[in-house]
Design a binder for this molecule. Structure first.
Ligand code: FAQ
Length: 329
């Protein structure tokens, strides 16, 4: 049986066993796959799904922190937060551009987000209630994002891998600014320390869920690892994150809200208690506290920006016509 694939100089590729074996050989040889290269349709679709969802996460991810820009406690904090939120917007744009090289438009991806066909990270459906939440997002959410994205710098698809290099550098600054907010709070008054602990209590488990379901329930991992899109499984990255983060919490004088979280000498890592996957799937399927508000905000931004997109298109058409007219003179 042949499956019809897109791409390739002629716009089509027959997915014969020989074609698939040749593609696999390129992957195994650590060659980068570029947009105009022949690729299996499943590879292309997996990348569009993952990069599109990643882009949506960056853009929706601006909302929880954007909520605190006007309330940041000092000018320095406001400037840093503003820069961070702008960085996330930039990440979304690189990622949409990387996905567009695979033959999907940003309009299509946005429509999929707005009508619920495309997901975005579960983490952004939780509310930011206090200033300590902003520190915790930088520390834990950007920390988890870095853990997941450093291996993506070695993803087999060139445009995604290259975009991740800059994204990871910026996420690293974000993580530090978050941790520094936490350090300041934890060295402050008892009330500030309590606020920091409360934020850690609310964000710890959702941060662990960012890595996706357990390996046994991860539908895409095996294929994505064979294609070297993913380099580590969800559970492997989650474990690395826990091992890196628990000592950071200890340094702050905070306690991770998991009584089963203990160092396990034999495995050389921390054990952890059970993750509430019912909560994860409820949030992913739209039942989180902020899902509706997040999508409503994205829809409003998309609708409000319609005139800008229309004007840009008309302007581009006019320029093209002017160029053609000049060339004909
Ligand atoms: N939330 O088979 P798997 C950031 C879905 S960026 C919602 O394991 P896969 C920066 C998954 O899509 C954060 N859905 O899937 C920032 C699939 O559903 P589908 C985003 C999730 O793709 C910081 C199903 O479950 N990062 O934070 C989640 O192999 C601060 C089965 O799962 C990325 O997107 C989830 N947490 O592995 C911004 C990184 N997890 O598509 C602002 C790139 C899983 O079949 C402020 N993505 N699902 O309908 C990845 O590495 C992967 O896509 C995973 C999931 C690891 C997220």
């Amino acid at each position: 049986m042949y499956a019809q694939g897109l791409i390739g100089a002629d716009g089509r590729t027959d997915e014969t066993p020989e074609f698939l074996a040749a593609f696999k050989a390129r992957i195994d040889a650590e060659e980068k796959i570029e947009p105009k290269d022949a690729m299996p349709e499943g590879y292309r679709r997996t990348l569009i799904r993952q990069i599109g969802q990643h882009a949506h996460s960056e853009i929706v991810g601006m909302l929880p922190e954007g909520n605190w820009i006007t309330r940041a406690p000092s000018l320095k904090r406001k400037a840093a937060l503003l820069a961070k939120v702008q960085d996330e917007g930039g990440h979304g744009l690189y990622l949409y551009a990387a996905a567009e090289t695979l033959g999907v438009s940003r309009e299509e991806m946005t429509e999929e987000l707005l009508d619920g066909r495309a997901k975005y990270s579960s983490i952004f459906n939780y509310p930011t209630l206090t200033w300590a939440d902003i520190g915790t997002i930088g520390w834990l959410v950007d920390g988890a994002a870095i853990m997941n994205q450093i291996p993506l710098c070695r993803c087999s698809f060139g445009p995604y891998a290259r975009a991740m290099i800059r994204v990871c550098k910026e996420e690293s600054f974000h993580q530090r600014q978050g941790y520094e907010i936490m350090l300041t709070l934890c060295r402050g008054t008892q009330a500030q320390k309590d606020m920091a602990q409360d934020a850690l209590n609310r964000w710890w488990w959702p941060s662990l869920m960012m890595f996706g379901p357990h390996d046994a329930d991860s539908t895409h991992s095996d294929q994505s690892m064979a294609w070297k899109i993913k380099r580590f499984s969800n559970d492997e990255l989650r474990q690395k994150f826990i091992d890196a983060t628990v000592p950071q919490a200890e340094f702050l004088g905070l306690t991770v809200p998991d009584p089963e979280c203990k160092w396990n000498e034999a495995k050389g890592g921390y054990d952890h208690g059970p993750i509430d996957w019912d909560e994860f799937w409820r949030v992913v399927k739209g039942g989180g506290v902020m899902n509706r508000e997040r999508i409503a905000a994205r829809k409003k931004a998309w609708d409000d920006g319609a005139w800008v997109r229309e004007a840009a298109l008309v302007h581009a058409e006019k320029r093209k016509a002017r160029k053609a007219a000049m060339a004909a003179e």
